[in-house]
Every structure is written in structure tokens, then in C-alpha cells.
Write a protein that binds this ligand. Structure first.
Ligand SMILES: [Cu+2]
Length: 477
């Protein structure tokens, strides 16, 4: 993002309509092509082009579901069954992971663990219940450092039984692309060890909903629910809602008590989501920016342009939007919990000398040959043995200690957890999350009830880090 303005002059394009989260019932057919007779929606990842860099610039070669980036919004009512037939239109194997969904294990989309990767031209049927309302996403879980970088992701929205009253529901899918001088995806850097051993592959081009600095026409007085997500491979982003009145209502899909975030820096690590309600105040012609502010160079990510239409309401509503809690996530009982240590080591400036693979100690030179440079508890990459086996229904407490020189966004599959301690200090009533940022030299304790049977990955969501060793799994039940 640092050089976006130097790279090419940005040209805002008006694309409000395409930013709307379409209603599932009304536009299912146009969102998911070729729904089959048996009720499966066909989801096809394939090469395509997308106007990432803005009007007047050449389209960028991407890989997208249905050839679009982001992919189509998949939307269902809470508790409904979602049926998706993955049809692989790529030249390499792939799978789909339904991030943040408390899903049945066989549908989790992890190749080599919950299913075989789907070969080019082949299909795989995903069928699962989404138990919780909220903002989720789906993405490739095969060679993610390449497939997600090329655009294989989309929003998965699960609607509340009674959705809160807002005037519009809009996607805010932020991505960080690395474009070369020719304006195309910088392919030479995919797999580059320099990135894998440092902070991951960082981009130089910010898009929201696959567009450069989109302008979204709004009416004064409108109340809008924004489904914010960071789909970047590695960059932790932060957003400021500027002059927009804004309040946070959910994190990682799970409701939180409404919190005023007007003028606040809202941090989103890779894969994290935030539902934010904004109230539009202004006069016709006003441009209200949402900015990306994680670096010294603030970038306007999207602009709300107030139209001439009469105001929806004279004043912003006094009451914030409040979401009802989802189906109860069982509260962890720390007394008698299974205590699990997870020490993160390695990476550049980490001084890693060796690492274990399936009981065998390898030197750092041998590890680097395998492109493994990070370890969990001294072990590099996926092992034959899980990190831990946890009886069904037991509380697990994972004590994560980051001894590396980089932050890591830790993601647990199939469960939501909460932070109970940070750097030795107890934390009360932290929000439920599926992805938590652990800063360098930080210690974070999380707790969850292992109530979902199966083999669940636990990994860093910086996609170069997971590929280079930061991956393990728990086995529940
Ligand atoms: Cu990491």
C-alpha cells in the first residue's frame, strides 16, 4: 500500500451498485451460476481478469470464484443448510474453507486432513449448516499463499433470524495486492523466501470489493451496516471511519456490545472481520472517506458520496444497533481445563537453529531447503501427531508465546475462542474470535470448549507463515 499513489494515479470509479450485498433470495441465480437440480450451487474458481487498478487501467489477471474478485456473496439464514458444489476450473488442485463457521469437520475444506484436494476439472460437494449469524468468508485452503493472493475468496453472510434495522447492508472487503510495473499481479514474488521468513508478502495496492477507492453514493441520514474484512495474505490493516458516525456491533461474526468507533483506528489482522454500522451525516456532494491508516501514509480506501436525494431521516438515530447473541457458545471453565503451550519461534531475526519434523531434528539449513523457517513448540510444519487430543466437551486453554520478531494472526478452525490473559494480565469478557493477533514478544492465553469433534487446524493466517511452518492441529473427541 505504501506506494499506491506513486504506482499509478488513482481514479475513483462509481460502483455503488456492485458493492451492495445482494439479497440471497432475489439474486441467488446471478450470484452463483448454474444451481443444479439437486439444490447445489456451483462455485467455480477459474482464471479471469478484474478491474482492480481502476478505470482506464488494464484489467489484472486474477483467479476468482465465478471469475470475479471477491467471489459471489454466499448468503443464507441462520440454521439453514448451505450446499455448494466446488467445480475446479483451475490448473491446480484446490479446496474451499468456510472460515469462522462452526462446521462439521468433513466440510472444513482442509486438503490432506478433512478431504482430498479437488483436482482440476473435478468437483466436490460441500453441505453444511451455518449455526451462527454473522459475517464470515470462504477461501481456498490449498496453496493458500498463491490461491488467496490471486483472488480466491468471497463473503459468506449468515442472516439473523430478525436482522437489525438498517437501510443498507454493504460489503467492505479489503485486500492488499502486489502489482508489478506492468500493472499485473507480481508473480515472481509468489513463494519468495524473503517474504516467507519476514512479515509475509505485502502488497502495494489496496482494493475494496475488488475496486480502487470506490465511490459509494449514499443519502444523508442513511444507516448502513458494513461487513468489513481483511482478506490480505499478510498485511494487518487498520481503518478509520473519519467523520462518519460509526459503531462496532460484531467481531469475527459474533455480536459484541455496541461500541462507538467514530474516529477510532479499527485494526483487522488477516482473516478478521468487523461489522460496523455507519450513520451518514452531510450535505449533497460531501465525500466521506474510510481510510486505511496502518502506515504513516493514510490511504482513502472508499468514499461515501452524499447524493442530492432527500435525507432518509433528519438526524442520526440515537440508539445504536444491537445484535442478539448467537446460539450460545459454551463458556470455558478454566478450572480443570486442558492446558496447552504453544511457543512460536523462527523467522528472520528469530535465531532459529533447528526444528523437528515427526520426531527427527533438522538443522536450519535442512529446514530452509524444505522452505520451513517457523516452529510451534520446536516443530516445523504439520506433524503426524496433533498438538493435542482433547476430550469432547472439555475446556482447553492455549498459552501462546510469540518469541519471533513478527506478529501472527492465529486462527482456530471449527470453534470460537476468547482471550483470557494477555502478557500475564487477566482479560475479562473478551469478544469471541476465530482469529487473534499475537504481537511480537507477546503472550496471549485463549480458552474454548472443545465441543466440535474432529481434526481442526490451528495456524497463523499470515499465509506465507503457515506455508513456512506455522501450522498444527488439535483433535477433539
Ligand atoms: Cu504468522
Amino acid at each position: 500500500m505504501l506506494s499506491r499513489r506513486q504506482f499509478i494515479a488513482t481514479s475513483a470509479i462509481t460502483a455503488g451498485a456492485s458493492l451492495l450485498v445482494p439479497s440471497w433470495s432475489a439474486r441467488a441465480a446471478s450470484q452463483i451460476s448454474a444451481a443444479s437440480d439437486d439444490g447445489f450451487m456451483v462455485l467455480e474458481p477459474k482464471p479471469a481478469t478484474a478491474p482492480l487498478a481502476g478505470a482506464g487501467r488494464p484489467p489484472v489477471n486474477i483467479w476468482g470464484y465465478q471469475g470475479t474478485v471477491p467471489g459471489p456473496v454466499i448468503r443464507a439464514k441462520r440454521g439453514a443448510r448451505i450446499r455448494v458444489r466446488l467445480k475446479n476450473g483451475l490448473s491446480q488442485p484446490t479446496t474451499v474453507h468456510w472460515h469462522g463457521i462452526r462446521i462439521s469437520n468433513a466440510m472444513d475444506g482442509v486438503p490432506g486432513l478433512t478431504q482430498d484436494a479437488v483436482e482440476p476439472g473435478k468437483t466436490f460437494d460441500y453441505s453444511f449448516i451455518a449455526p451462527d449469524a454473522g459475517t464470515y468468508w470462504y477461501h481456498s485452503h490449498a496453496k493458500t499463499w498463491e490461491q488467496v493472493a490471486r483472488g480466491l475468496y468471497g463473503l459468506l453472510i449468515v442472516d439473523e433470524d430478525t436482522p437489525p434495522k438498517v437501510d443498507r447492508d454493504i460489503a467492505f472487503v479489503a485486500d492488499d495486492w502486489l502489482l508489478g510495473k506492468d500493472g499485473q499481479l507480481h508473480e515472481e514474488s509468489l513463494g519468495r523466501m524473503m517474504d516467507w521468513s519476514h512479515g509475509g508478502r505485502m502488497g502495494n495496492w489496496l482494493t475494496v470489493n475488488g475496486l480502487t477507492e470506490p465511490e459509494i453514493p449514499v443519502r444523508a441520514g442513511e444507516r448502513i451496516r458494513l461487513r468489513c474484512i481483511n482478506t490480505a495474505n499478510a498485511r494487518t490493516m487498520a481503518f478509520s471511519f473519519g467523520k462518519l458516525g460509526a459503531h462496532l456491533i460484531a467481531l469475527d461474526g459474533q455480536p459484541v456490545p455496541p461500541e462507538d468507533v467514530t474516529g477510532v483506528k479499527l485494526t483487522l489482522a488477516p482473516a478478521q472481520r468487523a461489522d460496523v454500522v455507519v450513520d451518514i451525516q452531510g450535505s449533497p456532494g460531501d465525500k466521506l472517506a474510510i481510510s486505511e491508516v496502518s502506515t504513516r501514509h493514510s490511504i482513502e480506501a472508499a468514499l461515501f458520496t452524499v447524493t442530492n436525494a432527500p435525507p432518509v431521516r433528519a438526524e442520526a438515530p440515537n440508539e445504536p444497533v444491537t445484535l442478539k447473541p448467537n446460539r450460545a457458545i459454551p463458556l470455558p471453565k478454566t478450572a480443570g481445563a486442558q492446558m496447552i503451550d504453544l511457543v512460536m519461534e523462527g523467522g528472520a531475526m528469530g535465531g532459529l537453529r533447528q526444528g523437528i519434523i515427526d520426531g527427527k531434528m533438522l538443522s536450519i539449513q535442512e529446514l530452509v531447503e524444505k522452505k520451513l523457517v517457523w516452529t510451534f513448540n520446536g516443530k516445523a510444519g504439520m506433524q503426524k501427531e496433533p498438538l493435542e487430543r482433547i476430550p469432547l466437551g472439555r475446556t482447553a486453554v492455549v498459552n501462546m508465546v510469540n518469541k519471533t520478531a513478527f506478529p501472527h494472526a492465529m486462527h482456530l478452525h471449527g470453534h470460537h475462542f476468547r482471550v483470557i490473559e494477555r502478557d500475564g494480565k487477566p482479560v475479562a469478557n473478551a469478544p469471541w474470535r476465530d482469529t487473534e493477533l499475537v504481537d511480537r514478544n507477546e503472550q496471549v492465553k485463549i480458552a474454548f470448549v472443545a465441543d466440535n469433534p474432529g481434526k481442526w487446524l490451528f495456524h497463523c493466517h499470515m499465509l506465507e507463515h503457515v506455508a513456512a511452518g506455522m501450522i498444527t492441529r488439535i483433535e477433539v473427541g
